[in-house]
Write a protein that binds this ligand. Structure first.
Ligand code: V47
Length: 379
């Protein structure tokens, strides 16, 4: 017996096919439909119109360079007050970051680093020389550094405008800014979960300035805590409008809240269906974003593979490390620290798609590409 399609989805499917952006009301219908199969079919069609059969991944290195942070976000299990919990502090000198980046060889195309609002590390004195060192030694590696929250922090401490700060970071080699810090834009909810962090207006202003100066970026949304469905849709619509004003976002990454060890632990975990639905709704709402990323560290590889049939076309990176990631590991993720790129290809091919190796800005590479100067050895 064939499935009857939820009739509420029909006018939405028509709008998607005609290229008409969906409204918040449409989004609510998508979140609430019991017809998960047709929701998935619509999201998969939208994804395949963007990227065909391609699903992207990157060989990368991932480092949290400091966990010292005073932003006070209620969902965070990672931040440490160095004066109260000295034994938990991880604050890497620049040499250690460099050594860790090179620990597993030179064959990678992105270094992804995020940290906390650390008064000792989050400054231009630390970052500009380190960025230049990276670019000198590893010209084939794109620097995917900071979030808008960290950029705003540096602007405050150096008394600089967003535009001047971004120009300096770009000159030192910044290729891409990570999508974190977005959390939930809706002000009432944001005030409750991260009152001490960059506000929504500044988060968007920083990304728009990055794009104007030719630096790419991503966007995230933290869901599955105290936010409403309306908050989620408001967030997606604000991103869509921002992309229209100042294009430059490559990927949107929905981040499922992890409750262990933080003040929002009574919110519990999202379910597999929450996650899958979130990917599909994001794909359909964000008609001007090229990529929806299923981040395995957050969702787990199994949900990510299924997400490829619900609108996602990217699995993020290998991470290439054994112990570096702290944000999700301190909040209870069951994911490991590293995924072999062969495993990405197996998961993608089994889902019926074509694995494509990329860098931060989605230039494509053969899967067995390696850097042109194999004689380079770690310092
Ligand atoms: O903004 C913190 C999230 C983000 C928790 O650009 C949590 O490709 C779940 O920037 N449960 C930072 N999430 C991560 C980030 C990122 C991640 C993946 C890909 C990209 C990209 C960027 O981590 C924060 C916050 O939303 N986070 N704590 C938690 N308990």
């Amino acid at each position: 017996m064939a499935f009857a399609m939820d009739p509420a989805l029909l006018p939405i499917e028509r709008k998607v096919e005609e290229g008409i952006p969906l409204s918040i009301e449409d989004g609510l219908t998508l979140f609430r439909t019991p017809d998960i199969h047709n929701l998935g079919r619509m999201a998969r069609a939208a994804k395949e119109r963007k990227s065909g059969k391609k699903v992207f991944y990157v060989l990368n290195r991932y480092i949290n360079s400091t966990n010292v942070c005073y932003a006070g976000c209620k969902f965070c299990s990672f931040a440490v007050d160095e004066f109260k919990e000295q034994d938990r502090v991880v604050r890497m000198p620049a040499d250690v970051v460099m050594t860790k980046a090179l620990e597993t060889g030179l064959n990678f195309n992105q270094i992804h680093i995020v940290g906390g609002h650390d008064p000792r590390q989050l400054s231009l004195d630390y970052w500009l020389p380190l960025m230049r060192r990276f670019k000198e030694r590893l010209p084939h590696v794109q620097l995917s550094l900071f979030t808008a929250a960290e950029i705003e922090y540096m602007c405050k401490r150096h008394r600089m405008s967003f535009a001047d700060m971004i120009a300096m970071l770009k000159e030192a080699g910044l290729d891409n800014v990570n999508g974190g810090g977005a959390e939930i834009f809706a002000e009432e909810t944001r005030k409750k979960i991260c009152p001490g962090k960059v506000n929504s207006e500044n988060w968007l202003a920083i990304h728009e300035e990055l794009h104007r100066q030719g630096v790419a970026s991503n966007a995230t949304m933290l869901y599955g805590h105290i936010e409403s469905l309306e908050d989620r849709l408001d967030h997606l619509v604000r991103l869509r409008e921002s992309q229209r004003r100042s294009p430059g976002f490559n990927a949107f990454i929905p981040l499922a809240f992890h409750p262990d060890g933080n003040e929002l632990n009574d919110c519990g975990w999202t379910t597999g269906l929450d996650d899958i639905r979130m990917f599909a709704v994001a794909r359909l709402m964000l008609d001007n974003f090229d990529h929806i990323k299923a981040y395995w560290m957050i969702q787990g590889l199994k949900v990510c593979q299924v997400a490829l049939h619900f609108g996602a076309d990217d699995m993020d990176g290998t991470h290439g490390s054994t112990d570096e990631e702290m944000i999700y590991h301190s909040a209870g993720t069951q994911s490991g620290q590293y995924v072999d790129d062969r495993e990405f290809r197996r998961l993608i091919e089994q889902a019926g798609y074509e694995p494509v190796r990329r860098n931060s800005t989605y230039d494509e590479f053969p899967h067995d590409w390696s850097p042109p100067s194999p004689e380079m050895v770690p310092a």
